[in-house]
Design a protein around this ligand. Structure first.
Ligand code: IMP
Ligand code: MG
Length: 176
């Protein structure tokens, strides 16, 4: 990828588009879990931004926990092996868990993570991702709530990084 500076970044999804979609996803969650509570599991670090926005839009009782995993690969490609850098603080047994991801690319990170979490016997285990790159999928993952399906391009912003930078861009952008 060529040098990334703010003026080489093109907007793929605006803040307005992202927030509108999160309104819709939250409405869906509110309906699906009516009368219950949900436990949001934020996968650090990229998902912090959407987890907060989603949590603010959910009208049910919400709890949150955080997990950090690394996929042993380089910064643009996943190797498929996953290491837990920070585990959840709380048990998820018997809870309505919604795992929140920033992007699903090969699907390897998520496939591994979901398998691991399902062994902890949550009542429900759902997956929400802001972005999905279906063309890149190597492992099948069942995603319950998808913000946007996007073409195979490297994207940054709204939590997504390029070498740990650009997470704070208020939109999702790409570099041509
Ligand atoms: P997967 O295991 O290939 O699905 O990898 C998912 C992880 O790779 C994400 O959580 C991101 O950290 C990273 N990733 C994949 N595609 C992109 C991208 O386009 N921009 C930034 N990070 C990405
Ligand atoms: Mg990353």
């Amino acid at each position: 990828m060529k040098e990334v500076t703010k003026d080489t970044i093109k907007v793929l999804l605006s803040e307005e588009q992202i927030l509108k979609r999160l309104d819709e996803i939250a409405a869906q969650i509110n309906k699906e879990f009516e009368g219950e509570s949900v436990h949001l599991v934020c996968i650090l670090k990229g998902s912090v931004f959407i987890t907060c926005e989603l949590a603010r839009r959910i009208t049910l009782p919400v709890t949150m926990d955080f997990m950090s995993v690394s996929s042993y690969g380089n910064e643009t490609k996943s190797s498929g092996r996953v290491k837990i850098l920070k585990d959840l603080d709380e048990s998820i047994e018997g809870r309505n868990v919604i795992v929140v991801e920033d992007i699903i690319d090969s699907g390897r990170t998520l496939a591994h993570l979901l398998q691991l979490l399902s062994h902890r016997e949550p009542k429900k285990l759902k997956l929400c991702t802001l972005l999905d790159k279906p063309d890149r999928r190597e492992v099948e993952v069942n995603v319950d709530y998808i913000g946007f399906k996007i073409p195979d391009a490297f994207v940054i912003g709204y939590g997504l990084d390029y070498m740990q930078e650009f997470r704070n861009l208020p939109y999702v952008g790409y570099v041509e």
